[in-house]
Write a protein that binds this ligand. Structure first.
Ligand code: OFO
Length: 169
């Protein structure tokens, strides 16, 4: 059984994962409008991953008998370059990493072992999320304004496919 405080914290983070999904779907649209079809695919896959994260929180809260509450969010969509989008993606993911760490701190403080086990998957996932973003930012900085380089990277980004997480709850 979750404490009221832990349930509130997990519900709040569920909404943050939903925000992430919408943020990356917006970026997919922005990349497509800029002509980067591969990056649009990359962000679409990121959207699918975030929806899977969101559903993990939903499934966990459901299994603990918690009524899930949703909040509406304003999603920004005003980007000028791929580099800007990926830098904002990394900043957002660093924010998510801190939020997951705070949830884990709370679960440890409350001796809430079930939530610690649930959150462990996200701790590992955030390492990969940040690493992916840093790699792409590095490449974009190397490429600069070189059109051929951007085309090659866009092709590479377009090969990303969504792999659903092994468990959904
Ligand atoms: Fe769900 O990891 Fe990104 O936000």
């Amino acid at each position: 059984m979750l404490s009221d405080s832990m349930a509130r914290s997990l519900n709040s983070h569920l909404n943050t994962e939903h925000f992430s999904a919408q943020l990356y779907l917006s970026m997919s649209s922005a990349a497509g409008v800029m002509g980067f079809k591969g990056a649009a695919t990359w962000f679409m896959v990121q959207y699918q991953e975030e929806m899977a994260h969101f559903m993990k929180f939903y499934g966990y809260l459901n299994s603990q008998g918690v009524l899930v509450r949703f909040v509406a969010a304003d999603i920004p969509n005003d980007y000028h370059s791929l580099l800007e989008m990926f830098e904002k993606t990394l900043t957002h993911e660093q924010h998510i990493t801190k939020a997951i760490n705070h949830l884990m701190d709370q679960a440890v403080q409350e001796s809430d072992h079930a939530s610690q086990i649930f959150l462990q998957w996200f701790i590992t996932e955030q390492i990969e999320e940040e690493e992916n973003d840093r790699d792409i930012i590095g490449k974009l900085k190397l490429i600069g304004d070189n059109g051929y380089g951007l085309l090659m990277l866009d092709t590479e980004l377009g090969t990303r496919v969504f792999v659903p997480p092994a468990t959904t709850a």
